[in-house]
Design a protein. Sequence first.
Length: 316
Amino acid sequence: MTLKKALMAAAVTLVAFTPSGASAETIGFSVPSLANSFWVSATYGVQKAADAAGVELVIVDAGGDANTVQQLSQIQDLIQRGVEAMIVGATNGESVAPVVEQALAAGIKVVGLSSLPANKDLSATVGADHYDMGKLQAECLGSAIGGKGEVAMMAGPQGQFWSDRRADGFRETIAAEYPDITIVAESRLADNRNDALRVAEDWTQRFPDLAGVYSATDDMAAGVIGAFDAAGKTGVKFSASNLSPTAQEMIKSGKLACTSIQKIVAQGTAALNAALAAARGEKVETNVVTPALLVAADNVDSVDLSDVVAPADYRP
């Protein structure tokens, strides 16, 4: 089924459907991919808050950033289940907007988390200062390569708010503060290690003078670093965002210069609390933005990670 047909089918189905009196204590959570370390940590925060509040949480996983059709179907299922509120991390903000609009029209409260649906009537949005995360990476990587040379950007999926804003922050900071640095390549693929590895393998051949590589997430950075290691390319510096256990080890081993981080677990907790408040008709903080922080070898062992990443043994 094409995306256009899926959107039309979902819209037709949802127009005809009326939720059947579900409990206000049931919250849906639609995530792009639970194979991604960010969404694992976000889910931990959501689940922890749901458990503390004693509410039922229904989690649906689209299985990948490119699986918009799957997410449309899953959001439709949440509406048919009769949830009173849902949290949505969008595979693509514009593409999921029609189905989210139908949920809103059916009286379901919707909270956007990190990758926001492109709808104006969300009860709340929760995320990080993604632009500043990209800016911090630019400053770190620019300094690490001595303020000059060629860099490439593994910028993450096109159309996701967080990846677009991080890329803007990196690109604009490089232009403003490092005129002797040139961005020679930019990839906008899905946020996963294998795709990043494949693209980076090509970069090792096409751009032999690369001094540094920006990655929108640490999952992608792991793939990039693996490709450059395999090619025997030493001296290249790498930066990333988020702080999975893998990224912590890469920083400690010297493979990763730095990572800009966000309070992912705290965002999940805030999203659940906002969704529950909206479902109950209570006052909602409509725009929650957590600050960006930079982690490098000199502070990786001292950063409080309780609001940042899920415990290493957590599985959604």
